[in-house]
Structures are given as C-alpha cells and as structure tokens.
Design a protein around this ligand. Structure first.
Ligand code: GCB
Length: 604
C-alpha cells in the first residue's frame, strides 16, 4: 500500500509540475534592457474584438447538431462573403497599445473577459539576425500567435515576457494576434479580490527586438553586498558562438575588463573599482556601462550603491537612512487607467519628491520599466513587490509557481536598477503554516538570484491595550518588516495613535508600509467629519507623533500618493469607485495631509 501511494503521489507531483509549467510557457530568460536594443515599436492602434465567451479560438463546431461549424479565421483573411465566417478583424474597432481597454471605450469599463488584438506589420527580416517579440505586460493572461502559429502563453499581468519569432517572420506583411484575458480567479496571483481596478489588455509597450545570432542576452552588474568598491555580477550570451569574449567598460572611471564565458555562455564578473561615486537620493549618479562581444554591443545606465541592515538600521552605502515616502499604484494621473508613459512616471515621482520623499513603495505589483528607470534618475529608493495579496491559495503548488514566476520575472527585469533596494514578497497575508512555507520559499528564491538587496513583506501588527506588537512568524525571515496600520481610519480613534507603544519580536528595521485614510479633495469641514480633508489630515497629524515614538522605525510609505480606481469603493459621491486615500487626488489636487506629512519629512 505504501509503495502504491508513493507511486501515485509521485505521478501526481509530476502531473502538477507539467500542468504548472505548460501554462507558463513564455520563453525565459528575458532579454535585459529592451530600450538599449534595436527594436521596432509595435505600439499604436491594434484591431480588436471582444469575445465574452472566449469562443473564437476554436471553430464552434458541434454546438448545434447538423449545422456547419462556424469559422473564426483570425489567422487567415476573412473570405469576403463567400463562406460563413463570423468575425472580421479588418473592420473591427481599434484599441490603443499600450493601454487598458476599460478606459478606452465606455462599454468596456467593467469588462472582464477575452479580447483579441491584431496588428499587421510590414517587415524586412535580415538573414543571420534573430527576432524576439517582447511584451512589457498583458493583464492577465496572453496567448500569442504570429502568422498563424501559436507561440505560447503567459500568465501574470505585470511582468514582461517574450517569444522568439525568427523562423516565423517573412518579408512583407506579418500578423501578430494576441488573446488577452483579465478573468479573475482564486488560483491566480493576484486572486479574485483586490483593492485596485482589474484593468485588462496590452497595458505596456510591444517591441520586436532584433539581435545578432549570438547576442548578450542578460547581465547583472551591481556592487557586491556591503562592498563599496567591488562590482560583482555576471553576463550571459545566447547563440551558437558562446565562447567569444565579452568586454565590460565603464569609461568614466576607466574600467575595461574582458571575460570569457563558459560553454553555456555564462561569465562571472568581479572587479575592484576606485573613485566610484555612489548612487544615493542626494546624488543619483548613473554610469554608462558598455558590454561588447564580437557580435553584439549594448549600453546601459547603472548606479552603484550598497544596501544592508544592521540591527534595526537600514544602511545605504554604509550609513543609516530613514526612508521617507509614499506608496504608489500604477494609476495614470489626470486621466485614470493604467499608467505607462514617461509623463505618467514623471508626474507621480515628482509629486513624491515634492512630498519630501527619498523612497517610494511601488504597490502592489511590478510597475512599468519607465517608472523604475526614472526612480534611478530621480534618486528615489524603491520597494518593489509582486501581487501576492490577501487571500492567496498558499496551499497549492501551482499557485506557488505562479508567484515565483512573477517574482523572478520582476527581478530579472529590474536587477540592475540602483533605486530598487527591497524585493517584497507579499501584502497582508493571513498567518498560516502554508503561507509561511510559501513566502519563506519565495525569500530563499530571491536570495538565490539576488543577494545584494533586502527582502520584506507588508505584515499586520497585533493590538492589545495600548500596545501594537509585530510578531508575525514571517518576521524571522524578512530583512525588513513592513507593517500596514490604519489607526484613525479602520481601527481606533486617530488621537490614540501617539499613546500607543510599539514593540517587535525581531531586532529588525520596521517600515510603516501603509497608513492613512480617505478624503475627497476640496471637501472641507470639521476634523471629525469623515470624508473631509480635515478628517484625513487629523489622522496624519497623529500618525507622525506616533512615528516619533517608535524606536525601530526606519521608514514610512503613506497609503497612498494618489487616489486610484477600485471596485471595492462603492459609496456614491464620495468614492464613486475610487479609493480616496490619496495625498493627491487623481486630478492632481494636493490635500491637506500632503502638507502635514511633508512638514514631518522635513524634520527627518
Ligand atoms: C490595505 C491594502 C491596500 C488597500 C488599503 C485600503 O491594507 O494593502 O491595498 O488599498 O489597505 O485602502 O484599505
């Protein structure tokens, strides 16, 4: 019986593994630094078709007996009225890419389902070159076809993915077809219920990337943990000529080193550097870094800094730092919808700067690359996270794979950004054994691919009689404890905050990763009238007094920089499907609390 059970379990494990990986079939490793490569931008208007039932991927045969199957010919031409074909993308409505569909057409505002996107593009592929079709993000699932061939699929709405299309492209017209669906599910990451709008579609740029047959696919170039004069990392070649040398140059400091990759194309990097100006919020110095092989060249702008903890301190370049900031959703200022542009990033990060921030928490999922690159340039430290949010099915192995995939894709894209100091695993998750195992595994995974940064999670504290204690068992495994608390909004009167004693089971730094309350910009009244700016401001006035009393507090990210759309926020005239906890409204009005927090940040 035991043997039989073991065999059965083994089989089950294998099947689970196959299922898990067959649904995550986009090719990895991701190409590093898309903006530094030769690309054809495929943004703009795409033909689109709503498909509520998701039927168009198959012929609708067999639905009604004795009738001819109806054809959906996304991949061929529509046969102009000579045959029954119930679809015509040539004349269908268009959608902008990048962009969510919800804010592009009124009748798609609440839409959660399948959408077909098609782009025709004239190309002249060069012999000897390789081509990759790269998506910045599609929420939530994407199935991609080129010229009628299915390339594969990708799950996870906020991370990049790519497919090699070298053998499929032809001279002349090429067709790219994408089925995007944003159907929620309890076994997905995130799950069914989130406090943000489930914007669907091709929400980030699409690029066709051209590379040489053998090319520099990826590299990791950062300072070694705790060492301000030692650059460490690796470079990876793909292609048939993997043994060619790769030269790494940082011309400004006269660095030039050549390495020889092993047979898999991998070469470790390690050099001692002198006179390096360290990256910091005060001096966000980025260096031009150039990688050259016989067949490829790529340049990037990279900053160098160290980040560590010592007891309850966070050390940036060896010196204690207090993180002053706000949490930010990837919500577009002024127009709502998913943010994606340089203008969006500039507006949001400029507000953060005006608040006096040296740090931002990019909640609750990986934001677009423009955002993290701009944080590098503007000198904002970043907490980066994946949507392991609320009631995740922690007990399911396939759910773990989804979370780990998103984590690795996030780290893969942003590992060279000096701004990113924290990889966060989860937000407000229940304290169960399954969850602890799941998140510990994610932390171990993170450390195995990037040991230069800190790990964190947004936890809860336990309240009892004037005491707030952090004792979540996950505290043992993270480098930095995040805590979300809503004293003055969801719990306790605001005025009690300064009287509360904070304690922690762990000798680690604490970041108050969320705090705040809602207000309607421009709505004024007494400080005890909920929804007024005064009410929200009162919460902040008391919060900052409390913060001054927490000996192990090393950072704060207010919830939230800007009002954002959420299906959870139903109250007409006040919320109208917006979470109004912004310090700034979605129309750019700074609320009273903005200035209160700014004043406190000036004292830090
Ligand atoms: C939280 C969540 C955040 C919500 C916020 C709220 O704790 O982490 O996603 O938006 O509270 O406003 O309730």
């Amino acid at each position: 019986i035991t043997n039989f059970m073991t065999g059965q379990r083994f089989l089950f494990a294998i099947i689970t593994y196959i299922i898990a990986f067959s649904t995550l079939s986009a090719q990895t490793p991701l190409l590093q630094n898309i903006s530094g490569r030769k690309t054809t931008l495929l943004d703009g208007l795409w033909q689109s078709q709503v498909d509520v039932y998701g039927v168009a991927s198959q012929e609708r045969s067999g639905l009604v007996k004795d009738r001819k199957p109806v054809k959906y010919q996304f991949n061929g031409e529509n046969l102009r009225n000579t045959e029954l074909v119930e679809q015509d993308l040539d004349v269908a409505e268009q959608l902008k890419v990048p962009g969510d569909w919800n804010t592009q057409r009124e009748n798609l505002f609440y839409y959660e389902g399948n959408m077909w996107y098609r782009k025709k593009i004239t190309l002249n592929p060069q012999a000897g070159k390789r081509y990759f079709l790269h998506f910045g993000a599609v929420n939530y699932e994407a199935v991609v076809y080129v010229n009628g061939t299915k390339l594969g699929q990708h799950e996870g709405g906020f991370t990049a993915f790519q497919f090699e299309v070298t053998s499929l492209l032809k001279a002349g017209e090429n067709k790219i077809l994408v089925n995007a669906n944003n159907i929620r599910g309890e076994n997905k990451i995130p799950t069914n219920i989130t406090d943000w709008w489930n914007y669907g579609g091709i929400t980030r740029s699409v690029n066709l990337v051209e590379v040489s047959e053998t090319f520099i696919s990826d590299y990791f170039i950062q300072l070694e943990k705790g060492k301000i004069a030692d650059i460490k990392g690796w470079v990876k070649l793909e292609g048939s000529q993997k043994s060619q040398n790769v030269t790494i140059e940082i011309p400004e400091i006269g660095l030039k080193q050549t390495v020889k990759p092993d047979t898999s194309g991998f070469a470790a990097l390690s050099f001692n550097v002198k006179k390096l100006q360290l990256w910091s919020p005060e001096n966000p110095k980025l260096y031009l870094v150039k990688l050259t092989s016989a067949t490829d060249t790529i340049t990037d702008k990279i900053g160098f800094r160290t980040i560590e903890t010592r007891g309850t301190d966070i050390l940036l370049n060896g010196k204690p730092i207090f993180l002053k900031g706000a949490s930010i959703h990837e919500e577009a200022p002024f127009r709502t919808g998913r943010a994606y542009s340089e203008g969006d990033a500039r507006t949001l990060l400029t507000w953060a700067k005006e608040l006096g921030s040296n740090y931002v928490r990019l909640a609750h999922y990986p934001h677009n690359e423009t955002m993290t690159r701009m944080a590098d340039e503007m000198g904002l430290l970043v907490w980066s996270e994946i949507p392991v949010y609320w009631a995740v099915k922690f007990e399911k192995p396939d759910v773990y794979v989804k979370a780990e995939t998103q984590l690795l894709e996030n780290i893969s894209r942003d590992k060279n950004r000096a701004s990113i100091i924290i990889w966060s695993m989860a937000n407000e998750t229940p304290e169960t054994e399954d969850r602890l195992k799941f998140l510990k595994k994610l932390i171990d995974k993170t450390k195995s691919v990037d040991d230069t940064r800190l790990t964190a999670a947004a936890l809860f504290s336990k309240a009892s009689k004037g005491l707030q204690t952090i004792e979540d068992p996950l505290g043992e495994y993270v480098d930095v404890m995040g805590c979300n608390e809503y004293i003055g909004w969801y719990t306790l009167p605001a005025e009690l905050a300064p009287t509360i004693q904070w304690t922690s089971k762990y000798n680690k730094p604490l970041i108050m990763s969320e705090f705040g309350g809602e207000s309607v910009a421009g709505l004024h009244g007494k400080a005890d009238e909920i929804w007024t700016e005064e009410y929200q401001n009162r919460i902040y006035e008391n919060q900052v007094k409390m913060f001054d009393n927490i000996s192990f507090l090393r950072g704060t990210s207010a919830w939230v920089l800007m009002d954002f759309r959420s299906p959870l926020r139903l109250l007409p005239r006040k919320q109208d499907f917006f979470n109004r906890k912004g310090l700034v409204s979605d129309t750019g009005i700074k609320k009273m609390a903005f200035y209160t927090l700014k004043r406190w940040y000036q004292t830090k």
